[in-house]
Design a protein around this ligand. Structure first.
Ligand code: 2RA
Length: 376
């Protein structure tokens, strides 16, 4: 943490006030183990779909002790004002110098921007911690790719942390506890991904296209390869030489890196865009090393942080985008022994909010983890 004057003043205020009042504004849910200094937090891309959710996660969770929120934008948005729980914040024109004054900066912008600026923002002892939501650094061996519930301790190794792709983060919440318990031989995943994966323009295109379709008008598609309303599109991101798309390969690469699996652990994904708004769904088949007892598998998932088991077929209870939307936890259900892999296989269905668990919440949890472990 950098000891800015404002942080020091607030630290002194906290310590002198603590004898009289244990609760101060913006600190209602601080855990006893956190330090008494607050942080200057920056968001780049705060008006985009993920950036907005990052701000709301910071506000709603209240665990990262924010002294000052700074919002950085382009010349177009600079000067406008955003109402926040930390007061009205004037959007500042982004510069590396200004971002470096923060303790932690969330990048909710594209990979090219991250490649150009992330390392400059965090370099040196006086640089900021950067949590990057793009794919720019995810596959670099020396940059931690972190889902805090799985490999949070990796955050101690670097001031630049990569946030995983949403599909990976959502699936791993359920996969990892089962892999830890039963081991992994292979994973086969099929996804049903919401329009929010393409940001606010993706959600807008789905909504506008649905209205147009129902009015009998032409349905335009600029964001998706084909019109999404009343359709499914078995392509997300660009096709690779091996016939998979980049979205599908991200699942393979990122699951291996986050879970520290063998370089060649067979993880195969088919990623499909469907006309839902903001929760991704995933059908996952795990072939295990140890035989799977389904009651034990369910128990492991019930204990797992960030997971809500919704699995009561008799009463038609199972995960759905409709119920997972807006939730921090992913829903897991349809848990069953696999016909394909017998005793060594378990199949299940996961739904998670793409903007929260798949992006903003994970990024904020990374910062909270770093606050807890002293890396901020
Ligand atoms: C998508 N996974 O759903 C991507 C977004 N990061 O398009």
């Amino acid at each position: 943490m950098k000891f800015s004057v404002s942080a020091l003043v607030s630290a002194l205020a906290i310590s002198s006030a603590s004898a009289f009042s244990p609760v101060r504004p913006h600190q209602t849910s601080r855990s006893a183990s956190t330090t008494s200094l607050n942080y200057s937090v920056g968001i780049v891309g705060a008006t985009g779909a993920v950036g907005k959710e990052i701000r709301q996660c910071l506000e709603n969770r209240g665990k990262l002790t924010v002294d000052k929120l700074r919002i950085f934008g382009s010349p177009r948005s600079a000067g406008s004002t955003v109402e926040t729980q930390y007061g009205d914040v004037e959007v500042e024109l982004f510069s590396e110098e200004a971002a470096r004054e923060c303790d932690v900066v969330f990048l909710a912008v594209d990979g090219d921007f991250a490649l150009e600026h992330a390392e400059n923002i965090c370099k040196g002892d006086d640089g900021a911690v950067v949590i990057d939501n793009s794919s720019a650094f995810r596959y670099k061996p020396d940059i931690p790719l972190v889902v805090p519930e799985i490999n949070g301790k990796e955050t101690k190794k670097s001031k630049l942390i990569a946030n995983p792709n949403c599909t990976t983060a959502i699936g791993l919440m359920a996969l990892w506890p089962l892999i830890k318990k039963f081991g992994v031989k292979r994973v086969i995943m099929s996804t049903y991904q919401a329009s929010s994966g393409a940001g606010q323009p993706g959600m807008d295109e789905l909504k506008d296209g649905t209205k147009a379709y129902l009015n009998g008008e032409d349905v335009k598609n600029d964001i998706f390869a084909y019109p999404l309303p009343f359709n499914v599109i078995p392509q997300i991101d660009k096709f690779q030489e091996n016939g998979y798309t980049k979205e599908e390969m991200k699942v393979t690469w990122e699951c291996r890196k986050i879970c520290d699996l063998d370089e060649d652990c067979p993880i195969s994904c088919t990623a499909v865009r469907i006309p839902t708004i903001r929760a991704h769904s995933e059908s996952i088949v795990l072939e295990t090393i140890e035989p799977v007892d389904i009651a034990a598998a369910r128990a492991v998932l019930e204990e797992a942080p960030g997971v809500k088991v919704v699995d009561d077929p008799e009463n038609l209870q199972y995960p759905m985008p409709m119920t997972a939307t807006g939730q921090y936890d992913v829903e897991v259900g349809r848990i069953r022994k696999s016909i394909a892999f017998g005793d060594n296989g378990v199949e299940f269905f996961v739904c998670g909010d793409q903007l929260l668990r798949g992006a903003a919440l994970n990024a904020v949890l990374v910062a909270e983890e770093m606050q807890e472990n002293g890396s901020l």
